[in-house]
Design a protein around this ligand. Structure first.
Ligand code: BMA
Length: 901
């Protein structure tokens, strides 16, 4: 096949029709360690761990303790090599480049035994000149990787003036040291939710590119508003052109053209290309009458996307290189202004002039081995975010600048992306080499990612301002040290990264760190004395010591960009990474997988605060019961905290409030372990994810107690005011399917607002409703249209912890009447099943489990206070009713096995 391709290419070149061609080097390569005792075939793009696994040299690196067993892999140096054919005609191109879209990380590259270049940054694209080394016929390439761990260690050792902390991660993480000395995915040296697999390999595409005159390497499109009369939008098209060395003697003159596909709109500029790297900006005016639509976040409108085609036309050569880029029309504004009644500044985003409450979570790499992440899985995860009513994800700074498909799908689904640069939880060196390296990384990534309307902010790093300001790593042990680190911090994020970003992209805000105080951080010369100040910017908040049902402990911040609690993933997910002897709470495996100091005890503490502990059954049953309870506790904690943030959007209390963002930590997982995620490794939804769908619903209610008062807030993210809706508060007992009492209020629900609609004395309500004691009852609330039709989910407020609930009995819950729905496309399922659930008694935290079937329910983890409900199951692969019935189980809180019943 390759032969045919080259013949064709050759003909095209002779005919003068082709100015550019390539040889794809992806596929099978030889992989060898430096000791020479392992020689296998490997895959590109890929990495050494998955190659060793595929060759049968190692087992699944995620199995049991293999992360530690297989540490040797990352400590060796691996060489990837292969041969490839070059047709003679290819050598005629003026330029021949080796185009490496991603090398992980430190490598020296040889072609036909000759050195062609080196790499030391996995986030950079590298291009190496092959003009003098390629030959016609058989050629050979070798990419010699150096262990990232050794490299980081050596770089750290050669930084002799002062130590750049932290040196090694806490022992509980079983990690590697000094990731801050290498431009590689920081969490690949371990994190508090993930393993250390400091992979090596060619992780993105690799090819050879030949061209004669020039190529359009990149295009960055940003949009801004026009004058609103003759010009509705201005499109800035930044074109980056690589120019062949021949043209530096005889400059190439031609027309650079940008054409909005599907419209008669284009812009031309006559340019002369002579420098090896040229960049040209074209500005296209879009008039209101051509009718382009805006890109909106999900829930606010459509996600209109357009293609823009850029080409360079030369008089002699005709149309030369072209590139087509997708983009969207939308504006972003980060509003930081005075708020009446509050010191400090607001911190919220306006998209297309509309203030938007950002609801969502934080995204981490979906696998330690990037080649295992399929586009289907990426789409599934992002769709899961949308299905849980999220509109924002923060691509966290300790992972990777994500693959293109993450941003493409986010554009399509309307998910706003807060994009960190890849620096996290550390100080960084700032020598010239490091800064030069970072500078190129930032340029390339801003140009690659910046076309996506989904991306609404750039942020310098994760928590490094906070680490410095609050002395996480002993950086202020002396004032000399403190000022050194402070100066280094400013140099990296403010003097290098910020101007690099802003010179390319003025269309989105640059925030120096997350969390930060935004403008106040700037006022305080880039390191605020308290980056967690609730009056400014964003806040990360973690507290495992106090009761998470107590909303008074949460910060009434302007924007909560991280907060969370851990839980265990389901037994199904854990089972894949463990064996029978591991399935007890205190097993070596259970302790090994916990990477967060005291994490297991903290989960247990939150469970114990509100739930009876599993004390009965065998050890496997107890293990499963605890997994379930850890998920219940996590769901309740993050529900309480998220509801607090949502109801704080329209008020200022004691100077704080006006909260406009709630992004919990964390959406997804990198492996099977106890973490803060709401979606497990592999894609199962934890109870939290089902809860998120409700606490992030566009219209919802929150019930809470404020001292003696019971308050109900209605929260609406709708852009239109809803007149005459009702809010219903109901009081129930744990022993009956009938509410004791209903209270309704009718009100006009403001657009984009949270408002208090009920404020009554709790004891009075309980008494007037006929409830004998707090232990026996609970409240529910909802917003209804036309008095009866539900507008958003029903919420519940428990008046006690479940150890003291009275009247709850063990419910028998059964799944009946399972049918296949003809239209499976709902929720993009392969099969959609409808099922009925029947219960003999009210049951809290009803959890359906579809066993080994992949998919999710329309709701789960809910309070069942009617005898029957109808649910749906969305299967990811086709299933039959019989298969489902065989697998499905259901339990609720009262099924926890305890000795006394
Ligand atoms: C935050 C994050 C991560 C971490 C998480 C949980 O600090 O930025 O670094 O995994 O908390 O501890």
């Amino acid at each position: 096949m390759a032969g045919v391709k080259f013949v064709l290419l050759f003909i095209l070149v002779i005919l003068g029709l082709s100015y550019e061609e390539g040889i794809d080097l992806n596929g099978e390569w030889n992989v060898e360690n430096n000791k020479g005792d392992i020689k296998i075939r490997g895959k590109v793009p890929g990495c050494v761990h998955t190659d060793l696994m595929a060759a049968g040299k190692i087992g699944d690196p995620y199995y049991r303790f293999n992360d530690v067993e297989y540490r040797w892999i990352a400590k060796e140096n691996w060489t990837y090599s292969r041969e490839f054919d070059v047709p003679g005609g290819m050598l005629d191109f003026n330029e021949l480049l080796l185009l490496c879209e991603g090398l992980d990380t430190v490598a020296t590259i040889f072609v036909n035994g000759k050195f062609v270049g080196q790499s030391d940054n996995m986030f950079k694209r590298y291009m190496f000149d092959l003009k003098s080394v390629l030959k016609s016929g058989r050629n050979a390439i070798a990419v010699n990787f150096t262990s990232a761990i050794t490299y980081a260690m050596e770089k750290n050792a050669s930084h002799t003036q002062y130590m750049v902390p932290p040196d090694c991660p806490p022992a509980v993480q079983k990690g590697e040291c000094h990731p801050n000395f290498i431009r590689k995915e920081q969490c690949s040296f371990s994190w508090d939710w993930g393993p250390a697999f400091a992979t090596q390999g060619i992780w993105k595409n690799i090819s050879i590119q030949g061209y004669d005159n020039s190529v359009i390497r990149d295009v960055l499109i940003t949009t801004r508003k026009g004058d609103g009369r003759s010009v509705s939008w201005k499109v800035d098209v930044n074109v980056f052109i690589d120019v062949a060395s021949t043209a530096t003697n005889t400059p190439l003159t031609g027309i650079l053209n940008a054409q909005l596909e599907g419209f008669q709109v284009s812009v031309n500029k006559t340019v002369t290309l002579s420098a090896p790297k040229e960049s040209v900006t074209l500005t296209m005016n879009i008039s209101p009458d051509i009718g382009v639509g805006k890109w909106w976040p999900v829930g606010y409108g459509r996600q209109m996307l357009y293609n823009l085609r850029v080409s360079f036309i030369n008089k002699e050569l005709g149309e030369g290189p072209t590139k087509t880029v997708k983009f969207g029309f939308r504006t972003v504004e980060l509003v930081q202004e005075k708020i009446p009644g509050s010191p400090g500044l607001s911190f919220y985003f306006k998209i297309n002039d509309l203030p938007i409450f950002m609801k969502g979570s934080n995204w981490i790499p979906a696998d330690a081995f990037k080649n295992r992440i399929t586009p289907e899985y990426t789409r599934y995860l992002l769709q899961s975010a949308v299905d849980a009513n999220m509109n924002t994800l923060r691509v966290w700074g300790g992972g990777i600048y994500e693959h293109d498909d993450v941003y493409d799908i986010a554009d399509e689904l309307g998910i706003m992306i807060w994009q960190d640069f890849m620096f996290a939880c550390a100080m960084y060196p700032v020598d010239d080499d490091f800064l030069g390296n970072v500078r190129e990384e930032i340029q390339q990534q801003v140009v690659r990612i910046g076309n996506h309307p989904a991306v609404i902010a750039w942020s310098g790093n994760n928590e490094n301002e906070a680490a410095l300001a609050t002395n996480w790593y002993g950086t202020d042990n002396s004032s000399w040290l403190y000022y050194t680190f402070r100066a280094d911090y400013v140099k990296l994020y403010i003097d290098v990264i910020k101007p690099e970003v802003e010179s390319l992209d003025q269309s989105r805000p640059f925030i120096s760190s997350s969390p930060s105080n935004g403008k106040e951080t700037v006022m305080e010369h880039s390191v605020a004395h308290d980056p967690y100040d609730n009056h400014y910017g964003d806040v990360h908040y973690y507290n495992y010591l106090t009761d998470c049902w107590d909303w008074t402990t949460f910060p009434k911040t302007r924007f909560a960009s991280e907060y969370g609690f851990q839980s265990w993933p389901s037994f199904h997910t854990l089972k894949n990474a463990s064996e029978e002897g591991d399935w007890t709470l205190n097993s070596g495996f259970n302790n090994h997988r916990q990477h967060h100091g005291d994490g297991n005890a903290q989960m247990m503490d939150q469970v114990m605060l509100h739930f009876p502990l599993p004390t009965g059954g065998d050890s496997l049953q107890q293990y499963k019961d605890f997994i379930y309870l850890s998920q219940v506790a996590q769901a309740m904690c993050i529900k309480t905290e998220s509801e607090f943030y949502r109801r704080s959007r329209s008020e200022i209390v004691n100077g704080t409030g006006h909260t406009m963002g709630a992004l919990y930590w964390q959406l997804n997982d990198i492996w099977q372990g106890p973490t803060w995620s709401s979606v497990e490794y592999g894609g199962r939804w934890k109870m939290l994810h089902y809860y998120a769908a409700k606490f992030f619903a566009p219209v919802m209610t929150v019930i809470f107690e404020d001292k003696e008062q019971l308050k109900v807030y209605a929260v609406s993210d709708l852009a239109i005011k809803q007149n005459q809706v009702t809010s219903q508060l109901q009081l129930w007992t744990w022993s009956s399917f009938k509410p004791l009492q209903n209270w309704t209020v009718t009100f006009d629900m403001e657009a984009n607002a949270a408002m208090m609609v009920i404020n009554m004395t709790t004891t009075q309500l309980i008494k007037n409703g006929g409830c004998p004691a707090r232990e026996t009852c609970y409240f529910t609330s909802a917003v209804c249209l036309n008095k009866t039709r539900l507008f958003g989910p029903v919420n519940a407020h428990f008046l006690i912890s479940f150890q003291s609930a009275k009247g709850l009995t063990k419910a028998k819950i059964t799944v009946t009447n399972v049918t296949v729905l003809p239209d499976a496309s709902k929720a993009r399922a392969a099969t959609t099943l409808r099922l009925e659930l029947k219960t003999t008694a009210p049951a809290p935290f009803v959890w359906l489990d579809a066993g080994d079937l992949e998919g999710r329910f329309s709701d789960n983890g809910f309070l069942m206070n009617t005898e029957t409900i109808t649910l749906e199951f969305y299967a990811r692969k086709s299933v039959t009713v019989a298969m489902f019935q065989k697998e499905v189980t259901v339990q609720s809180l009262m099924d926890i096995k305890r000795e006394n019943y």
